[in-house]
Design a protein. Structure first.
Length: 245
């Protein structure tokens, strides 16, 4: 892309992981500056700025300087500066890193609104629950290589496990844990304190069969529930569970 390709740049929005705003400008002035790079019409720019402030929930902070904002509010300002000019294609690089839960929810709600209004969003994150929440299609990358791509459901089909049963247990002996591991369809059993997690490769009535075994062994439990593999399970299965730098 040429440096003077403003017609193309006006259709792009980029929000980096690192905060990129001017400390000497207020929230509103920052958004006005970045929006003004592409929107010259003052009336339209004013409207766009207000919509961006509303989108990220910074209405009460419009006159604040960045140094007075919390980390979550700074993230929201960073996003507003990148999307205020209403780009058609938006790149978001881990926009929820190290933010509080309230700011995270606000950011995700704003991203979904941008998506629903027609913007195409390329979103990078390590938080698989965010991917499940907002993404239509997913690419899993590891060390620069594409390991898988597709919809959420298509990627979940790649998981070797069919079902995961979690039990909040009052007490269980090691021999009983080993006995569960010997069940034909069981892939893995994790026992950590009062939590027992049993993953199954396939099969039907896994939950019922496990409950019957617990009853037979007189093993008491408070909660038990079953779930399909999550995208996080798929990610760990494809990339490995070893620690990364």
């Amino acid at each position: 892309m040429k440096p003077d390709a403003y017609d193309i740049k006006a259709k792009l929005g980029v929000v980096f992981q690192d905060i990129a705003v001017f400390e000497e400008l207020t929230v509103q002035e920052n958004i006005d500056y970045f929006c003004g790079l592409y929107i010259k019409d003052k009336k339209k720019r004013k409207q766009y700025i207000e919509e961006a402030i509303e989108l990220v929930g910074l209405k009460e902070f419009r006159k604040f300087h960045p140094k007075k904002l919390s980390g979550g509010l700074l993230r929201r300002l960073n996003i507003a500066c990148g999307i205020a000019h209403k780009p058609k294609l938006i790149f978001l690089d881990e926009p929820t890193v190290a933010v509080d839960p309230q700011s995270r929810n606000n950011i995700l709600d704003g991203i979904k609104k941008l998506r629903d209004e027609g913007a195409t969003i390329i979103y990078t994150t390590h938080y698989m629950e965010e991917v499940e929440n907002i993404c239509d299609r997913v690419i899993i990358l590891d060390k620069g290589k594409v390991l898988a791509r597709g919809t959420i459901d298509e990627l979940k089909e790649l998981a070797k496990i069919e079902e995961k049963v979690t039990v909040e247990i009052n007490g269980i002996e090691e021999r009983q844990v080993e006995k569960i591991k010997e069940i034909e369809q069981v892939d893995e059993v994790i026992h950590n304190g009062n939590i027992l997690i049993v993953t199954y490769k396939k099969g039907k009535n896994n939950l019922v069969n496990l409950m019957e075994y617990l009853k037979k062994e007189n093993i008491k439990y408070n909660k038990i529930y079953s779930e399909r593999p999550t995208l996080n399970d798929v990610f760990l299965e494809l990339t490995g569970k070893e620690l990364r730098d």
